[in-house]
Design a protein around this ligand. Structure first.
Ligand code: NAD
Length: 437
């Protein structure tokens, strides 16, 4: 089928490449000329494992092109909207200007029988509003909401083999004409057994925000337990292992640490609360305010613990932060807890050096006042304290004896509880985890 993908960021670039991989003819459209130039040369504009190889692979087939010209969407059977929905400045609500602009720009090029498919994460009610807008200018074009669940760092496999598809169509019926068209688009993963659920528009929109809220709640739950473990002298990692063995609870997303960040969870739970308020259902989501507060408290706690590690004062202390991305296998630094902690430490007088295998360029753009060092050995040399804040494999694998030779004092704070504390202590380090004695 012929497909256009409007918005080629973390979501759209991967989606465009994967749709071409599935055999479709794809045009990726973005307003960012630099991004389009890179994508056209099969260069991934951000780090995502496997994406660059995939881009090269599918571009050789001639099935994938990129452009800034939205008129190139003309003639596609399906148009995916993948633009950003960031948090509004100074407010909790989502900024829908990009979604609205993308839909309006697309309308003149739509023809009867085509589908517009929203993949961006939007407040419930957006699909109905856009459907009305499209129907008034392009009759016989259906709008579907097909939320995306990919995880950065696993985006290619999550797109090619997702754990479910949700199609939100007007009325929510399996007989809706859009269902068959999307089934053809996703024929390969569907034939491999991926479940697909057909819902109405608001349910599909809510599936995404509800899923993210649940995940955020699970992380904040275990971080709240970490606070309690610290007060009671218990070990949150063993607690998580034990409660996680109950399969009603499960062990995934129960890793206590510095909390969640990134371009999705924080802004999605805030937008969800804001939308609930508009709908008169704000009480239903007041618990998310606590989820957000627990999450932000972790960052302050790490600053306090670092001060303790540095004998009570941060002034002039050389602190090295291992990791800048909001999670490993990504260069995304949007609302990265690691960088937020690094900036707070610097403000309190520490001399902070940040290192990361992939995210330093993005980090330096966001926090130019911090010092960055790409070479991990140089970054740790002379440090008074090390903070492991993004659990890249290379930091998990650090040898405490070798690193011990480079630092000025053997103090380490394991912000993700991934190091073997006995091994580090045996090598002469003072080790602090979060929620661990
Ligand atoms: P992003 O900022 O990386 O990408 C958005 C892209 O849209 C940018 O390249 C921007 O230039 C482009 N854009 C903006 N306005 C445009 C327009 N009018 N026409 C064409 N292009 C335009 O954001 P992202 O991380 O890819 O997220 C996109 C959406 O997907 C968000 O709603 C997000 O919540 C959702 N989502 C993201 C992920 C993820 O892991 N990143 C996962 C699931 C859902």
């Amino acid at each position: 089928m012929r497909i256009s993908v409007i918005g080629c960021g973390y979501l759209g670039a991967v989606h465009a490449a994967c749709m071409a991989k599935l055999g479709h003819e794809v045009v990726g459209i973005d307003v960012d000329e630099k991004k389009i130039k890179e994508l056209s040369g099969a260069v991934a504009p951000f780090y995502e494992p496997g994406l660059e190889e995939l881009l090269k692979d599918v571009q050789e087939t001639g099935r994938l092109i990129f452009t800034t010209d939205v008129s190139a969407a003309r003639g596609s059977d399906v148009h995916f909207i993948c633009v950003g929905t960031p948090q509004k400045k100074g407010e909790n609500a989502a900024d829908l200007t990009y979604v609205d602009a993308a839909a309006s720009a697309l309308v003149p090029y739509l023809s009867a029988g085509e589908l517009v498919v929203g993949k961006s994460t939007v407040p419930v009610g957006t699909a109905a509003r856009l459907a009305e807008m499209i129907a008034s200018s392009a009759p016989d074009v259906h709008l579907v909401w097909n939320p995306e669940f990919l995880r950065e760092g696993h985006a290619v496999s999550d797109t090619l083999q997702p754990d479910r598809f949700v199609y939100g169509v007007e009325g929510g019926s399996e007989d809706h004409p859009a269902v068959g068209i999307l089934d053809r688009i996703y024929a390969t993963p569907l034939s491999a057994g991926t479940p697909r659920l057909v819902t109405d528009h608001p349910t599909a929109e809510l599936v995404k925000t509800a899923a993210n809220s649940f995940l955020a709640t699970k992380i904040s739950f275990i971080n709240a337990m970490a606070e309690l473990c610290e007060a009671a002298g218990a070990d949150v990692t063993r607690l998580a292992d034990a409660i996680g063995l109950d399969d009603r609870i499960g062990r995934k997303f129960l890793n206590a640490g510095i909390g969640f960040g990134g371009g999705c969870l924080p802004k999605d739970i805030r937008a969800f609360m804001a939308r609930a308020g508009e709908l008169g259902a704000d009480q239903a989501l007041t618990f998310l305010r606590e989820v957000d507060a627990i999450n932000m408290r972790r960052r302050t706690r790490v600053v306090e613990l670092t001060r303790e590690l540095c004998s009570g004062s941060l002034l002039g202390k050389r602190v090295t932060v291992l990791g800048a991305a909001f999670k490993p296998e990504s260069d995304d630094v949007r609302d990265s807890p690691a960088l937020s902690i690094a900036a707070q430490l610097q403000l309190q007088g520490a001399v902070v050096t940040v290192t990361d295998p992939k995210a330093l360029e993005n980090a330096a753009r966001r926090f130019p006042e911090l010092q960055y060092e790409a070479d991990p050995e140089s970054a740790v040399t002379g440090a008074d304290a090390l903070l492991l804040l993004t659990e890249w494999q290379e930091y998990r694998d650090l040898d405490p004896h070798l690193v011990g030779e480079l630092v000025s004092s053997r103090h380490i704070l394991d912000g993700r509880n991934v190091l073997d504390k006995a091994k580090w202590r045996a090598a002469g380090w003072s080790y602090r985890g979060l929620g661990r004695p």
